[in-house]
Design a protein around this ligand. Structure first.
Ligand code: NDP
Length: 323
């Protein structure tokens, strides 16, 4: 028996139950992983609330790092391997889990398991957003919302290393300071500043060629208003709820804009893409280009509090659940 978080029904953080579950030996192509650190991600709250529906009852959580403790037939990993995962299936909020070996990545030597769990999902997201969704070039300017969040602190560093001018938005002065220390050249506190106006000021009236928006409903229109002609809106999350349906004419009126709604799952669909993305993230951690900020740690039993803190904007950087 192992401890694992299950949800029987969708709802608030109170639906997260830590219970004892049976775990079979791993089947063909699968391995059993003992989780050492579990990554907390905003998407976990969408699964819990039902915004992204899952068949119930279900395990929850996408990301963790740990050690392989049993190997099923034909799986290309060994007992004792240090591994991490972020798109292998649901149920990372657990002591142990069986997962397909093809969706696991080996953690590079020199990276501890807590760091791996804090950086893999968020870092791979930044990798595909900045290099594949809209390949940001040196000298270009971009906008990123929730700059002091988990994805946000990694994004600022990576975009800055590319030679871009990075504009971030935050809700408090403390978050603004943190964002500035992580690569953001300009930080807009949307609690008292008009984001689109400030972006026009910073860009000499032009706007930016790309906005990366993980906040969703509350920022959607503002994001379109930050774009230059033929700019790209990358809507990749819904921390404030899903954006309203869009009348395509709006894109014409605001300057022949483009829009995309990417997911990490589709950008790491093949094992090769997943491992390449992870390798890029780990390489940047190892050579110091990417500092990983674990700002909150919770016992797995305190998972409901972790969700409350994340949804009430109390967290910054990465958060871990420790089984
Ligand atoms: P964060 O640590 O960034 O937390 C969310 C932040 O969003 C808050 O701290 C807050 O920052 C801001 N926010 C703005 N409005 C609200 C609101 N109404 N309620 C709560 N928070 C709000 O989370 P993550 O780093 O885990 O994820 C960031 C976003 O990226 C999420 O939307 C997530 O779903 C998305 N994502 C998408 C992926 C994809 O492939 N599509 C993959 C990974 C993440 P502030 O106080 O400064 O406003």
């Amino acid at each position: 028996m192992v401890k694992a978080v299950r949800i029987e029904q969708t709802g608030g953080p109170e639906v997260l139950d830590l219970i004892e579950v049976e775990l079979d030996a791993p089947g063909p192509g699968m391995v059993q992983v003992r989780n050492k650190a579990i990554g907390l991600n905003y998407i976990d709250t969408y699964h819990r609330s039902g915004l992204y529906p899952l068949p119930l009852p279900t395990g929850i959580g996408l990301e963790a790092a740990g050690e392989v403790i049993a190997v099923g037939e034909g799986a290309d990993l060994n007992v004792g391997d240090r591994v991490a995962y972020c798109t292998a299936g649901f149920g990372a909020y657990s002591e142990c889990i069986n997962l397909p070996a093809a969706r696991l990545v080996r953690v590079a030597d020199g990276i501890d398991l807590e760091t791996a769990a804090a950086v893999l999902l968020k870092g791979a997201t930044v990798e595909y957003l900045l290099q594949r969704t809209y390949p940001l070039a040196s000298g270009q300017t971009c906008v990123f919302h929730a700059a002091a969040g988990g994805v946000g602190l990694l994004f600022g560093q990576w975009a800055s290393a590319l030679g871009a001018t990075v504009i971030g938005t935050v809700s408090t002065e403390a978050k603004a300071e943190l964002a500035r220390a992580h690569g953001y050249d300009h930080v807009i506190n949307y609690s008292h500043e008009n984001v689109a106006e400030r972006v026009r000021e910073i860009t000499g009236g032009l706007g930016v060629p790309v906005v990366y928006d993980g906040v969703g409903k509350d920022t959607f229109e503002t994001s379109l208003d930050c774009l230059s002609m033929r700019g790209l809106m990358v809507s990749f999350g819904n921390a404030s709820g899903s954006p309203e349906p869009l009348d395509l004419q709006v894109l014409a009126n605001k300057g022949s804009l483009f829009i995309t709604r990417p997911t990490l799952m589709t950008y790491t669909a093949s094992t090769e893409e997943l491992r390449q993305s992870a390798a890029d993230v780990f390489e940047r951690v190892l050579d110091g280009r990417l500092a990983v900020n674990i700002q909150q740690r919770y016992a797995l039993a305190d998972v409901a509090q972790a969700h409350r803190d994340l949804e009430s904007r109390k967290t910054t950087g990465s958060s871990l659940l420790i089984p």
